[in-house]
Each structure stands twice: as structure tokens, then as C-alpha cells.
Design a protein around this ligand. Structure first.
Ligand code: AMP
Ligand code: ZN
Length: 467
């Protein structure tokens, strides 16, 4: 197994990654606030998390990932009131749109997508514990975390209480005793949605949601917590304070943050108006694959300056890879002994790819292994000298690369029409209607899909050379 090193923001060092449980990674990802369409700046962060997830799986780990949906929050409440609908009615279409965008960008599904509004009891329990232990205080109808009680406060962000960044801290309408103390429970205000609690009716603050939901699904200590760099302070700093104060245990073992997507040197943000949604770019006829490739291929710890030139370049690179992939699929060459040098060099590319990803997701290294395979193999296709076994290995390796890149295979699309046909065939077989079953099998074969009936059920795969 390739040794994995990850840059831990907590130590500001690349560290050897050792998960709590061998072979299994538990990770939490701060998800979107679903008050509008998500922009591609947000997707840069979600793409980094997809790369992390896919790379860890590629390197042999099982991944359990949680991504929360913030569905109760000041902006949502304001917008839903203006529209005269409930927060649930307001957020529903944006949640749907978010999942559609994830699918279009081929971002793998997390195992859990908890909504804040479904986990209010867990948040209340955590706040109660903090009150019991003396870390939280009530003021008017709200409850706050007292950061002076948590000496480790500021360790992650290295921002000290009293410093400049602190003085800029949320000048929200909730009065607290000290700058830096943050709200855990917001007392009910007229016309706002609220939940009953031992501290009176109200709603949770933002930070508590991530502590409560991450620990609920992943345990009091888990492996990786990710987010965009702007989440580090105060959000993640506050998550550490709340969680560790309540449990007395280390909250997260590896913190990972991605740098921002910039436009003309400035962070892409809703508030700045300098953003594009996926839908904007789709209307301009850019492909999802090119957008995915662009967001994926700058190392996550470097800022990514968004330009249309770069997007066009990504489109070209994706086309080249797709073209190679399809040529390889269709290629039929001579039957001959495989050349050990060709075979070794393909195997070596896969090792380089894995080693690069294991080195703190060095995507440039990984991509250069992919292009280098293409450069080595392409001329052999043109010359028609690539042997059968060599071609099969090259194709298999490209398919393996795509487990991480996610731009070549149309698996999702295939599944959409293959799976219903398989179900129909199974039904026919149960009814002993073998004529229909055979017709469906033949129909699929014609479209390049081979069915295999096993004791576990029917499996399908793409027809390859030699079938
Ligand atoms: P939000 O919906 O604002 O909570 O953001 C969701 C995620 O997107 C968070 O992890 C943010 O850090 C991240 N994010 C916001 N803007 C950008 C940007 N311009 N570039 C990269 N990530 C961003
Ligand atoms: Zn969060």
C-alpha cells in the first residue's frame, strides 16, 4: 500500500496519514448553505474533497464521508420571509439543484448528507453539556461559548484572542460578553422559525451544527475534517472548542483546507457578485467535464485563478484524453507476445499516479503520469504495433486513472439505461419468459454490454477486446 501523506493545517506540516481504524477513513466536509445556487468557487472546495475521497479509495481505503447541509441560517430566514414561504419550502429547490450539480460534476456521493434542521436534538444535547461543564453562558435569550474557558482556542488558525482578526469578528446583532465568544443557541425572534429547548425557544448557531452532526455520524474523534480556507477561522476553531470542551477528547486528527477560487485576484463570492454558477457556464456551452478538470487540476493548497482561457484549455485537455481513451477502446491490433518494456512502463505509470496522489494529493504529478501514458501509447496505436495484451493493460490503467479523474467513463449514464433493462430481464426470467430474457440480452450485447448471471445476481460489464 502506498504511504499517504497529507498536509495537516493543525500542524502546518505534511504528516504520514494513519487512520484511527486500519483501512478506514472517517471524514467530515462542511457543506453548502442552501439559500441559493452554489457557485463554482464552492465547487472548487467540493472538488478538492472529491479528489481526496477518490484518492483515498484508489489507495485502498474505505471512506465514510459526511457532508452537512446548512438549511437554517440568517440569509435563508430572511429570503424565505421575503418570499412568504417556510424555510423548508425555500431551501428544497436549492438542495435539489445542489445534488443535480454534484451529479453533473461527477462528484461522488458522500455516505451521509445530514440537514441541520434534522439534528436539533443532537445540538441541544451538546449545548447542555457545555452549560453543565461551565463553558457556555446565557445572555438574554441566547447561549454563548466562553472562549476564555478553552485555553487551546486559536491553535488551529493561530489567531490569538485580542488580535486584529478578532476585532473583525462577527458584529452580529447578538450581544455577547466578549469579542470572540460565539453563539450556540439564538433566542427566538418574532417571525423566525424556532425549536423548543431547555434554554427556551430558538434556533442553533451555525458552528454547533457541524460539531453535533460530525460527532453523531463519525464518533467523538474522527480522521479528517475538510473545508475551504475561509472556514478555518472562526468556524473550525469554534468547532474544535465546542467539541473538545464537551467530550474532553481530540475532535479531529487531520484538518485539511483548500485555497480559494479567485477572479482577478479576488475570492469568488456571492457577496462580491463576481461568481458563476455551474448553470451559468453550462449556458455558455462549457462542458461539465472541462469544469471538473479545471477545478481538479490545480493543487488544492494553491489558489486557482478562474479564467475562460483556462477553461478552454481544460476543454482541450479533456478532449485529448477522451479521444485517446476511445481510440484505445476501439483499437484492434496484432496478436503478439507482449513487450515487457511496454508492459512495465504502463505499470510504472500507475505507480507514479498512486505515489503522486499519496503525496498530499499531488495532482500535477498524477496528471503527468496520465499524459505520459498517452504519449507513450498513442504512437503505437498509430503504427498499429500495440499488441493485444498491451492495449488491454493500457485501457485498464486508463480506467483506473478515471476512478480518480472521473472524466472518461460515462458510468452514470450507462447505468441509467442498463439497470432498468437488467431488471426487466430478471422479471422475465422469473416468469420463465425466456424469449424476452434472451431478446434483452441480445439487445444489450448489440450496444456493447455483456451480462453475466452469477449466484449473486446478474452482473454487467462493457464488452472489451477478446469478448
Ligand atoms: P458556504 O456555502 O459559503 O458555507 O460555502 C461552502 C464551501 O465553499 C465552504 O467550504 C467554503 O469554504 C467554500 N468556498 C466559498 N467560497 C469559495 C471560493 N471562492 N473558493 C473555494 N472555496 C470556497
Ligand atoms: Zn462546518
Amino acid at each position: 500500500m502506498v504511504k499517504v501523506k497529507l498536509f495537516n493545517t493543525y500542524s502546518r506540516r505534511k504528516e504520514t496519514f494513519v487512520p484511527l481504524k486500519e483501512g478506514e477513513v472517517r471524514m467530515y466536509t462542511c457543506g453548502p448553505t442552501v439559500y441559493d445556487f452554489v457557485h463554482i468557487g464552492n465547487f472548487r472546495t467540493f472538488m478538492f474533497e472529491d479528489l481526496l475521497r477518490r484518492s483515498l479509495k484508489f489507495l485502498g481505503y474505505k471512506v465514510i464521508q459526511v457532508m452537512n447541509l446548512t438549511d437554517v441560517e440568517d440569509k435563508i430566514i430572511k429570503a424565505s420571509r421575503e418570499k412568504g414561504v417556510s424555510i423548508f419550502q425555500y431551501t428544497e429547490p436549492y438542495i435539489k439543484a445542489f445534488f443535480e450539480d454534484l451529479r453533473n460534476l461527477n462528484i461522488e456521493s458522500a455516505e451521509y448528507y445530514p440537514k441541520a434542521t434534522d439534528h436539533i436534538p443532537q445540538m441541544i444535547a451538546l449545548i447542555e453539556k457545555l452549560m453543565e461543564k461551565g463553558y457556555a453562558y446565557r445572555l438574554a435569550d441566547s447561549v454563548y461559548f466562553d472562549i476564555s474557558k478553552f485555553p487551546k482556542y486559536g491553535r488551529l488558525s493561530r489567531i490569538k484572542p485580542g488580535s486584529k482578526a478578532f476585532s473583525r469578528l462577527d458584529a452580529d446583532e447578538y450581544e455577547k460578553q466578549e469579542v470572540g465568544d460565539f453563539v450556540l443557541w439564538k433566542g427566538k425572534k418574532e417571525g423566525e422559525p424556532s425549536w423548543e429547548s431547555p434554554f427556551g425557544p430558538g434556533r442553533p448557531g451555525w458552528h454547533i451544527e457541524c460539531s453535533a452532526m460530525s460527532m453523531h455520524y463519525l464518533g467523538t474523534t474522527f480522521d479528517i475534517h475538510t473545508g475551504g480556507i475561509d472556514n478555518m477561522f472562526p468556524h473550525h476553531e469554534n468547532e474544535i472548542a465546542q467539541s473538545e470542551a464537551a467530550t474532553g477528547q481530540t475532535f479531529v486528527r487531520y484538518w485539511m483546507h483548500s485555497q480559494h477560487l479567485l477572479v482577478n485576484g479576488e475570492r469568488m463570492a456571492k457577496s462580491k457578485g463576481n461568481f458563476y454558477t455551474l448553470r451559468d457556464l453550462e449556458k455558455m456551452n462549457y462542458s461539465f467535464k472541462a469544469i471538473r478538470f479545471l477545478l481538479l487540476t490545480t493543487h488544492y493548497r494553491n489558489p486557482l485563478n478562474f479564467t475562460f482561457e483556462a477553461l478552454k484549455q481544460a476543454e482541450k485537455n479533456v478532449d485529448r484524453l477522451l479521444d485517446f481513451f476511445h481510440r484505445l477502446k476501439e483499437y484492434r491490433g496484432p496478436e503478439k507476445e507482449p513487450d515487457p518494456q511496454v508492459m512495465d512502463s504502463i505499470t510504472r505509470k500507475k505507480e507514479e499516479f498512486a505515489e503522486a496522489l499519496g503525496d498530499d494529493l499531488n495532482i500535477s504529478g498524477a496528471i503527468s503520469a496520465v499524459f505520459s501514458l498517452m504519449h507513450d501509447i498513442n504512437p503505437l496505436i498509430v503504427e498499429h504495433s500495440l499488441g493485444r495484451e498491451e492495449a488491454v493493460l493500457a485501457l485498464k490503467t486508463m480506467e483506473e486513472f478515471d476512478q480518480v479523474l472521473g472524466i472518461l467513463e460515462e458510468k452514470g449514464e450507462l447505468e441509467e439505461w442498463v439497470l432498468p433493462l437488467i431488471k426487466e430481464r430478471e422479471k422475465a426470467r422469473k416468469n420463465k419468459d425466456f424469449a424476452t430474457a434472451d431478446r434483452i440480452r441480445a439487445e444489450l450485447l448489440e450496444k456493447g454490454i455483456i451480462l453475466e448471471d452469477t449466484p449473486q445476481g446478474t452482473r454487467w460489464r462493457r464488452k472489451t477486446w477478446g469478448d
